[in-house]
Design a protein around this ligand. Structure first.
Ligand code: SAM
Ligand code: SF4
Ligand code: SF4
Length: 336
């Protein structure tokens, strides 16, 4: 019945992103600027976070809707203890084909092998510069690239699929587009450039700070010729390219200059169990409350159907049309 209802709907609920914690050991200037997320910033107390039991129960329900992919994110997801145990439990759920983690990679040296053994398929590692001086600025904590690169190596050794994500912000790290492309062309890891977005309310975004997909492609193509590739699957957010003289790939996620809302299949759960149908939403739907007041699976399913079938999010399209924006949730809370 669940699948029947959603088959008729034009944006399937394929891709579930779960933030498991709102804290982070970085303070990336475009996400958790240190002046806002200082030492006295109040992160969520543990009892507000969804427990592993609650996450597993929800994913079992989502799997009935045709959700196949689960991405664990944060904050920094690997700051939550025993993530391998969560991965192992999610892996056993019927219908879940792919489990990924988005991470700054600092804890991968210790955790990559046990995460792989638990059933993790992929890691997306965020790295915004290959030169230390630039990276130390972007991460807001003066951290050099070597612990991240070691984390990537650990993931490779463990046999995890790896993608690298680089947010490009004008005046911050556009100097790194080519050095990053060259570095990861060599290693063969897919590098994905992400246009700087106006998530949250504190990152000082305006259109002048965006380096567009076209500018990124032109910069690389002038030095290392590129050829476009077909999408791997419906709803893939990155435009893919390969180098003419190698099999290495890059992708560009152009949520600002070329919005893709009409094929957006993502559903997001915050660390405290609020469901969001869009990264730029002002408010979520309180699912944790349903879990904690003994709602039945059927009641939760009915609620999800109601939310998803009336979904009409197209924030990025509206931004491009110049529509005014409301207060938004923070990236560290919803997890990207
Ligand atoms: N801490 C983990 C990490 O950095 O990979 C996971 C959470 S982070 C919020 C998820 C993704 O959001 C990262 O790839 C990060 O670069 C991206 N991100 C954060 N703020 C952004 C912004 N303003 N514009 C575009 N991407 C952003
Ligand atoms: Fe932390 Fe990730 Fe946000 Fe950077 S992007 S501050 S690593 S949550
Ligand atoms: Fe999806 Fe919202 Fe992003 Fe559009 S703006 S692609 S609806 S998350």
């Amino acid at each position: 019945m669940v699948q029947y209802v959603l088959d008729k709907y034009d944006r399937p609920m394929k891709d579930l992103r779960i933030s498991v914690i709102d804290q982070c050991n970085f303070r990336c200037t475009y996400c958790m600027p240190a002046e806002i997320f200082g030492d006295d910033y109040r992160f969520m107390p543990t009892e507000e976070l969804l427990s592993f039991d609650e996450i597993v129960r929800l994913v079992e329900i989502f799997a009935k809707f045709g959700t196949e992919k689960v991405r664990l994110t944060g904050g920094e997801p690997l700051m939550r203890k025993n993530m391998d145990q969560l991965v192992a439990r999610l892996k056993q759920i019927d219908g879940i084909k792919d489990i990924a983690i988005t991470t700054n990679a600092i804890f991968l040296v210790k955790q990559a092998q046990k995460l792989k053994e638990a059933g993790l398929n992929r890691v997306n590692v965020s790295l915004d510069a290959i030169e230390d001086e630039v990276f130390q600025q972007t991460n807001g904590r003066g951290i050099k690239t070597s612990p991240v690169l070691k984390g990537i190596e650990a993931a490779r050794k463990a046999g995890l699929e790896i993608k690298i994500n680089m947010v490009v912000k004008k005046g911050m790290n556009e100097s790194q587009i080519l050095p990053m492309a060259k570095y990861f062309k060599e290693t063969g890891d897919t590098l994905r450039f992400i246009e700087f977005m106006d998530v949250g309310n504190h990152n000082g975004w305006n259109m002048d700070t965006v380096v567009s997909k076209q500018q990124i492609i032109d910069t690389i193509h002038a030095e290392m010729p590129l050829e476009p590739l077909e999408p791997n699957y419906y709803g893939e957010v990155a435009n893919r390219y390969k180098y003419s003289d190698s099999e290495a790939e890059i992708g560009v996620i152009s949520s600002v200059t070329d919005a893709f809302c009409s094929s957006c299949t993502r559903v997001r759960l915050s660390a405290d169990g609020q469901l969001y149908t869009c990264l730029f939403a002002s408010e979520g739907y309180d699912i944790r409350n349903m879990l904690r007041n003994d709602s039945s699976d059927q009641e939760i399913i009915s609620k999800l159907i109601k939310i998803w079938t009336k979904r009409d999010d197209q924030y990025s399209v509206e931004r491009a049309e110049g529509k005014p924006t409301k207060k938004k949730i923070e990236m560290s809370y919803i997890g990207g």
